[in-house]
Design a protein around this ligand. Structure first.
Ligand code: UDX
Length: 450
């Protein structure tokens, strides 16, 4: 099939490359000339495991092209994917200006029957608006607008795209549904379903999935907070409830809160949409407020440990800056908030991340930059520090040489926001170890929040 992908951000680039890899002819369009030039040159602007080899091969074999010219790409296409940014607008609702502007351009360019697919996460009813905008310049029997939300995890996007647990297709048109089924069949050979439904339900499915997952994480974070107060261990509770197949083992890891480009934005958006329709979606309101407080809960533990909120004269190492491992994305990353709070209390930081130092530097404030030294490996971030703060569970942090903590740090004190280490081993190694929802090792005083 001939496919046009409008927007070469994270979703567009992964989708376009994976469609090309499965034998389609794909033209990706972007208004950013530098980016298009870079992509044509074979350079990928994002870090995503597994993307580079299939990207290079698809370009080499002529199935993946990049252009700034929308007319050529759309004219030839059987399917046009819209993969455009929908950032939160000032009012908590997604900003649709990019999507609507492209919709306005597409109508006159359509040749033959074209399926226009929206992949961006958009408020319920956006498909109707897209259809109206395109119909101003094209007869309605020449196209169909489909909602096909993406469920890609950053860091595992290629794997998720190639072997999706499900594909959701929202349309009332049988013809469009058939085209979409033909396109996605190679990706669900293992028997996973292509679920066809009405467009509004498909749009809402994306928000419901992310809001449910954010709620699941937040629920466990609250259980962790209760564990700290009553003297339990959230790891045991995770095992105890996760074996119930109605609950499931995944997404039950307590920590310093969810971040990223999707959960925070989508939870806010579904709350807003519900409110606009006169419904107070209370559970997600609570999720947002608990998550905000969870992000900096580690700083409050540090205050109690040191018995002061003045950290002047102290240097803390930070391991991990990205919002999760295997990505350089720092959007809504707890590390941003934690760095701000620590520096705000007078501390200096030694920060290390395998991929996200560059993006972190761009996003953080001047005062954090002025008080942070960025280092090139995990050992350097331990040199002469008062304590280590772990913000992201990169694999390389999971098995550190214990001696390094003892030898390099002033005192071996670790505040772990991701529960990486075994409590008994930490105790045996003589490390003071304070994690989330588990008994603190090597400290007498209560670290719980009053
Ligand atoms: C998410 C969804 O998984 C994906 O389907 C959707 O399309 C986009 O949003 P992503 O933001 O890439 O993907 O990250 P994900 O791996 O889902 O993690 C989200 C956040 O939750 C991270 O901050 C992570 O650290 C946190 N998390 C996840 C937990 O705190 N505990 C868990 O058990 C799982």
């Amino acid at each position: 099939m001939d496919i046009a992908v409008i927007g070469t951000g994270y979703v567009g680039l992964v989708s376009g490359t994976c469609f090309a890899d499965s034998g389609n002819d794909v033209t990706c369009v972007d208004i950013d000339e530098d980016k298009v030039a870079q992509l044509r040159d074979g350079q990928i602007p994002i870090y995503e495991p597994g993307l580079e080899p299939i990207f290079a091969r698809s370009i080499r074999e002529g199935r993946l092209r990049f252009t700034t010219e929308i007319q050529q790409a759309v004219g030839e296409a059987d399917i046009v994917f819209l993969c455009l940014p929908t950032p939160p607008g000032g009012d908590g609702q997604a900003d649709l200006s990019a999507v609507m502007s492209v919709a306005g351009q597409i109508g006159p360019l359509l040749e033959g029957y074209t399926v226009v697919v929206n992949k961006s996460t958009v408020p319920v009813g956006t498909g109707d608006r897209l259809e109206e905008a395109i119909a101003e310049k094209a007869s309605s029997d020449r196209f169909a607008v489909v909602s096909n939300p993406e469920f890609l995890r950053e860091g595992a996007a290629v794997e998720d795209f190639m072997k999706p647990e499900r594909v959701v297709v929202g349309t009332d048109s049988d013809r469009a549904a058939e085209t979409m089924t033909t396109l996605y069949e190679p990706f669900v050979r293992s028997g996973n379903p292509i679920i066809t439904m009405d467009r509004r339900s498909a749009e809402l499915t994306k928000y419901a999935a992310n809001a449910m997952l954010a709620t699941k994480i937040t629920f466990m974070n609250e259980i962790a907070n209760i564990c700290e107060r009553v003297g339990g261990n959230v790891d045991n509770i995770r095992r105890g409830i996760g074996t119930d197949s109605r609950i499931g083992k995944r997404f039950l890891f307590a920590g310093i809160g969810y971040g990223g480009s999707c959960f925070p934005k989508d939870v806010q958006a579904i709350h807003h949409t519900a409110g606009e329709h006169g419904y107070d979606f209370k559970i997600v309101d609570a999720v947002m407020s608990v998550n905000n407080s969870q992000k900096t809960s580690i700083v409050r533990k540090m205050e109690r440990y040191y018995g002061t909120d003045d950290f002047s004269g102290k240097t803390f190492g930070m391991w991990g800056l990205s919002f999760k491992p295997e990505t350089d994305d720092i959007r809504e990353a707890p590390a941003l908030y934690i760095a701000e709070e620590l520096v705000g209390r007078g501390a200096k930081l030694l920060a290390y991340d395998p991929e996200a130092i560059g993006t972190f530097k761009e996003a953080t404030s001047q005062v954090v930059l002025d008080n942070t030294t960025f280092v090139h490996n995990q050992q350097e971030a331990l040199d002469d520090i008062d304590a280590l703060v772990i913000c992201t569970e990169w694999n390389e942090f999971r098995r550190p040489t214990v001696d390094r903590f003892q030898d390099h740090m002033k005192q071996p004190v670790i505040f772990d926001g991701r529960n990486l280490y075994n409590l008994e081993r930490a105790a045996k190694a003589g490390i003071t170890y304070i994690s989330v929802g588990r008994p603190a090792v090597g400290v007498d005083e209560e670290l719980i929040e009053k």
